[in-house]
Design a protein around this ligand. Structure first.
Ligand code: ADP
Ligand code: MG
Length: 233
């Protein structure tokens, strides 16, 4: 699915204090695009992802998934849409503690009309030998991989990732990236990734850098030779 944001803004009110976390964002993401979002802490990256994915409501603006105007959906319609079409990978993972690894992943598959093979996804994230374990018996990195598998197995049209490899060791981070690339290649999954990791940016078709609630810089067609041009700070 492609995504269009028109003049999207988000203001948080805490008591008397108003924070403009997003300011009139215009952004078009093509179906099958991998978009990387960079920017310093507090620049609005997570807000952009949360608003765009319907986890948080915009203060103003319009948002379309293909032709569907999601800013016009009520809460129930939005929840249904999210369950069916969107996948999320966050650093904090809410696994169901009383279900096994495989059962947690099956929960993800059950939400989809066209899930991927549970066994293949478990294999891709290196969890096959952990299928019968419970979350409390796994390390943090392994639990993160279960959460990723649960999102990916849905075969979502769009996958949103907020610092997906932040808490993972190098080897697991690579496995996760390979899985995301494979999803994009095989299923044309649209992927939006917030990251601080330069090697992830190389995966992107486009890199945008946020600053104070606006899209400050856009880098197109980033390749290995040009990754040095990106200012990370
Ligand atoms: P980033 O992900 O780039 O670190 P965020 O999107 O989390 O930035 O935050 C953008 C701005 O909005 C920051 O100033 C932050 O303090 C503020 N903010 C984010 N979430 C909330 C919230 N729930 N309530 C009030 N302010 C918030
Ligand atoms: Mg953030």
């Amino acid at each position: 699915m492609g995504i269009v944001l028109r003049q999207v803004s988000k203001v948080y009110k805490t008591g008397e204090v108003e924070t403009s976390a997003l300011k009139d964002i215009d952004l078009t993401i093509k179906e099958g695009e991998v978009l990387i979002v960079l920017g310093p802490s507090g620049s609005g990256k997570s807000t952009l992802l949360n608003v765009m994915s319907g986890l948080d409501t915009p203060s103003a603006g319009e948002m379309y998934y293909n032709d569907l105007a999601i800013h016009k959906l009520d809460q129930r319609g939005l929840t249904k849409f999210r369950r069916k079409y969107l996948g999320f990978i966050f650093q904090q993972y809410n696994l169901l503690q009383n279900l096994s690894v495989k059962e947690n992943i099956e929960m993800g598959a059950a939400l989809s009309d066209h899930p991927l093979s549970i066994d293949e996804v478990m294999d891709a994230v290196g969890l096959t030998d952990k299928a019968k374990k419970y979350p409390s018996q796994l390390s943090g990195g392994e639990q993160q991989r279960v959460a990723i598998a649960r999102s990916v197995v849905k075969n979502p049209a769009v996958l949103f990732c907020d610092e997906p490899t932040g808490a993972l060791d190098e080897k697991t981070a690579c496995q996760v990236l390979e899985l995301l690339e494979k999803m994009n290649d095989l299923y044309h999954t649209t992927i939006v990734i917030i990251t601080h990791n330069p090697s992830i940016a190389l995966m992107g078709d486009r890199v945008i850098k946020m600053n104070s609630g606006i899209i400050h810089t856009v880098y197109e067609n980033v390749d290995k030779k040009r990754v040095g041009e990106i200012k990370w700070g």
